[in-house]
Design a protein around this ligand. Structure first.
Ligand code: MLC
Ligand code: AMP
Length: 514
């Protein structure tokens, strides 16, 4: 049996060739037949470039319908799709390319020349470009190619994708996701959220992460539905499109920004059947305000790059604010003691652990790291702290891992602290997440300067600008004489989060663009 995920999408392409799969706010419409044709041409181009089953294809391009076609082409030929955040700096990309050793790197036309200089040094044999107007060298190759309908023969645990997640100890880890991981999760979500070919998804998330790529796109492809690709979150565009859509998926910032618009009311959502939130905690107030304004209870779910989606509030039944619902079909979930993995009694708070066909195959070329994060019986240790309430709903109450989630993006403090600590005049630093009304958490640095240092906040912030993606850069930096530590010498980040809790709370003062 061929376990290629592509084959599970294919029937919709064959049965409804004229149906729209992807639209854009500008009125472009790509029907299933168009998408199939172009993706099969891209598949031919990949094969001509020497991409073989198991080869990684790294992709760092702006969102466009053609990116989805490239993703489909990679699945079709059995290549491992490796999407990269467009905000990553050259230095960050160089690391990913060096670690993943892709056969092909696809970047924006603007970046092609420059990236060829570093990408082609190692094992990357080709760099091609893909622009947002169906342009770029990859599309030129695809246009000149004959479409191929050959589909690579794959096992269930063959890799479909590698997604990098930063590590608490510095180096980013590539989470390896198999065809079965992705297929099983999209089936569960289609069923849990009642997706059908009548659905039209408003898609304004980036497509280089689990949420925008696997949750949003795979569910659409698996159910034969349609979607509008909005390049990035723009509240007015979403509200303009909402009367013709049925589902929205977003991170909590989507909902807090929608709530700021006077245009959000029952009339504008009249055609919508479902609003989904995830990737970061949705505030209870946001949930309640949204319901009061629109009559819709946002459905919150919980997932991770390594596990796809684990739990979801029910489609029918109470969607409880402040909870992430129950395990999806096939997902086993338990709450344990961090140190020994012993399961705790219902109602107690502990480590969330999951097992199931959704859970990844391990970290790319990091067997040690992989072993550390699994129990012997196959449960994955998520690093999230939770409790299960009396009705069986999971509440995520905190994180055991040192992680900040800003607007749905993960930021690992260690990575930033390393750069700050290298600055002349710095003794040490700690990076924390502080409550932020727009982003949920704002990345914030606390720095211990040397006694005679003339270091300023601006200098600290500026020093990071070419080293780290913008969303990882602290919004503020504070100076202290020493970091608070416990008797064991461990830095007390909770105490610092309390100290700086009010930093961003005056909404007028908070400009994400600052
Ligand atoms: C953008 N900026 C951010 C930021 N997003 N800063 C901090 N945190 C963020 N999340 C910076 C930009 O670099 C820029 O800086 C300035 O803010 C404005 O950029 P923008 O592009 O105009 O921002 P905006 O479009 O408003 O984006 C905010 C956002 C976006 C929250 C809508 O970040 C977003 O779409 N987030 C979704 C992330 C996501 O998909 N997560 C899922 C991960 S998967 P400057 O200085 O250049 O102007 C996962 C698993 C699961 O977690 O369970 O789903
Ligand atoms: P990522 O590594 O980017 O996939 O982010 C995964 C992390 O996001 C999880 O481990 C959680 O900490 C967090 N997360 C995802 N969904 C939710 C949610 N609904 N509520 C709280 N945290 C969430």
């Amino acid at each position: 049996m061929n376990n290629n995920l592509y084959l599970q999408f294919l029937p919709h392409f064959q049965q409804k060739p004229g149906k729209v799969l992807i639209a854009t706010p500008e009125g472009e419409r790509y029907c299933y037949q168009n998408v199939l044709d172009v993706s099969q041409r891209i598949a031919s181009a990949l094969l001509e470039l020497g991409v073989q089953r198991g080869d990684r294809v790294a992709v760092q391009v702006d969102k466009s319908p053609q990116v989805l076609m490239l993703y489909l082409a990679c699945l079709q030929v059995g290549a491992v799709y490796l999407p990269l955040n467009t905000a990553y700096t050259d230095a960050e990309v160089e690391y990913f390319l060096g670690d993943a050793e892709p056969r092909l790197y696809v970047c924006t036309p603007e970046r092609l020349e420059q990236s060829r200089s570093y990408a082609l040094n190692g094992s990357v044999t080709h760099a091609e470009s893909l622009g947002t107007s169906a342009d770029g060298t990859l599309m030129e190759r695809a246009d000149a190619a004959e479409p191929t309908s050959d589909v690579a023969e794959l096992d269930a645990d063959d890799l479909a994708a590698i997604l990098y997640t930063s590590g608490t100890t510095g180096r980013s880890k590539g989470a390896m996701l198999s065809h079965e991981n992705l297929a099983s999760n999209s089936h569960s979500l289609v069923e849990a959220w009642r997706f059908t070919s009548d659905d039209h998804l408003l898609h304004a998330l980036p497509i280089f992460h689990t949420h925008g790529l696997f949750v949003a796109c795979n569910v659409t492809l698996m159910s034969g539905a349609s979607m509008t690709f909005v390049p990035k979150l723009d509240v007015d565009t979403l509200l303009d499109l909402m009367p013709r859509a049925t589902v929205l998926m977003g991170v909590p910032t989507f909902y807090t920004r929608l709530l700021e618009s006077p245009r959000l009311d029952r009339e504008v959502v009249a055609n919508m059947r479902l609003f989904v939130s995830g990737s970061a905690p949705l505030l209870v107030e946001a949930h309640e305000q949204f319901e009061a304004r629109t009559g819709h209870a946002i459905l919150e779910r919980y997932g991770m790059t390594e596990t796809n989606m684990n739990t979801s509030n029910p489609y029918q039944g109470e969607r409880r604010p402040g909870t992430v619902g129950m395990p999806l079909p096939g997902v086993e979930l338990r709450i344990t003691e961090r140190e020994n993995g012993v399961e705790l009694a219902q109602g107690e708070t502990g480590m969330v652990e999951v097992r199931g066909p959704n859970v990844f195959q391990g970290y790319w070329r990091m067997p040690e790291k992989t072993r550390e994060e699994f129990r012997e019986d196959g449960f994955f240790i998520t690093g999230d702290l939770g409790r299960i309430d009396e009705q069986g709903y999971l509440q995520i109450v905190g994180r055991d891992k040192d992680l900040v989630i800003s607007g749905g993006y993960n930021v690992y403090p260690k990575e930033i602290e390393q750069f700050i600590d290298e600055l002349p005049g710095v003794v040490e630093s700690a990076v924390i997440g502080v409550a932020h009304p727009d982003l949920g958490e704002g990345v914030t640095a606390v720095v211990v300067p040397e006694a005679d240092s003339s270091l300023t906040e601006d200098r600290v912030l500026e020093s990071l600008s070419d080293k780290l993606a913008r969303y990882k850069q602290p919004k503020r930096a504070f100076f202290v004489d020493r970091l608070p530590r416990n008797v064991m010498g461990k830095v007390q980040k909770k105490e610092m989060r309390d100290t700086y809790a009010d930093t961003y709370l005056q909404k007028e003062d908070v400009k994400i663009k600052s």
